[in-house]
Design a protein around this ligand. Sequence first.
Ligand SMILES: Cc1cc2nc3c(=O)[nH]c(=O)nc-3n(C[C@H](O)[C@H](O)[C@H](O)COP(=O)(O)OP(=O)(O)OC[C@H]3O[C@@H](n4cnc5c(N)ncnc54)[C@H](O)[C@@H]3O)c2cc1C
Length: 282
Amino acid sequence: MLHLVVCIKQVPDSREIRIDPKTNTLIRQGVPAIVNYYDLHGLEEALRIKDRHGARVTVVTMGPPSADKALKQCIAMGADEGVLVSDRAFAGADTLATSYVVAMTIRKAEEEWGPVDIVFCGKQTLDGDTGQVGPGVACRLDLEQLTYVEKVEHLDLERREIIVHRHLEDGVERVRAKLPVLITALAELNEPRRASLPGVLRAARYKPMVWTTNDFPDLDRSKIGLRGSPTIVAKTWVPEPRKVNTEYIPADPPEAAAEALVERLFASDIAEKLGWVQGVRA
Ligand SMILES: Cc1cc2nc3c(=O)[nH]c(=O)nc-3n(C[C@H](O)[C@H](O)[C@H](O)COP(=O)(O)OP(=O)(O)OC[C@H]3O[C@@H](n4cnc5c(N)ncnc54)[C@H](O)[C@@H]3O)c2cc1C
């Protein structure tokens, strides 16, 4: 049977975070913890493959004990198993250390439930926002990496081939690759389903598996947590609110307003910053 692994991260819903204009700090109160938005698209695609071809879907996450709620949400949607990798020793990890632990977790999931055919990650997270963990995991597991995937066109199980569409800045790339692969999901990939009633009932009773450092006999402790992180966040701050001076140019007649707008743009430093050529005005 196909084995699909979905990597998820529990994140604060940064779409709900506001900046207090008086104190200039983040308002975190009441911000819900959710499954990272893009990861749900990875999970949905895994579930669609499961619906069509039959598959075991394992969801893995490295995080604090409270991240088990995120796994339960995935179980409610239809995942078979959820694994929480949690240990103080993993805390403070940057993307290098995170991808090391996530890769080790996937190896261990292979020992438990068989070789992995497709690993799904989100394009990026709503909090860390780096987009580096997926490619890092692919490198460590020597998987073909298919990033920025907006469509899975075809999955040929006999040939063990997958065809996907990758969203690039200047177009779409259609890629054919041999399994096993790692896919990073874009929001365009699909519409995540709602949890089903049987799923919700199963999730209510479900206890995600919890793996600690003790469950990884081959773990290199110099590669995890703060110690295994070459980058250090030395300072964080809230960006100063931008002061924007606006000017209203009445459109009367519209041609004169357009002319005035172009005049103003070329008189400012915007034209130079954007590399506009003077001759364009002629
Ligand atoms: C300013 C700042 C300060 C930080 N401070 C700390 C700190 O003090 N302590 C601390 O512990 N962390 C801290 N972090 C978080 C940590 O650096 C990142 O969460 C971690 O390296 C993962 O990177 P990312 O969130 O950018 O994931 P991305 O690379 O954007 O994630 C891409 C995909 O990889 C997968 N993925 C990512 N993380 C996980 C995971 N944990 N488990 C399973 N799958 C995953 C998901 O599928 C996700 O969609 C900080 C981050 C920032 C930006």
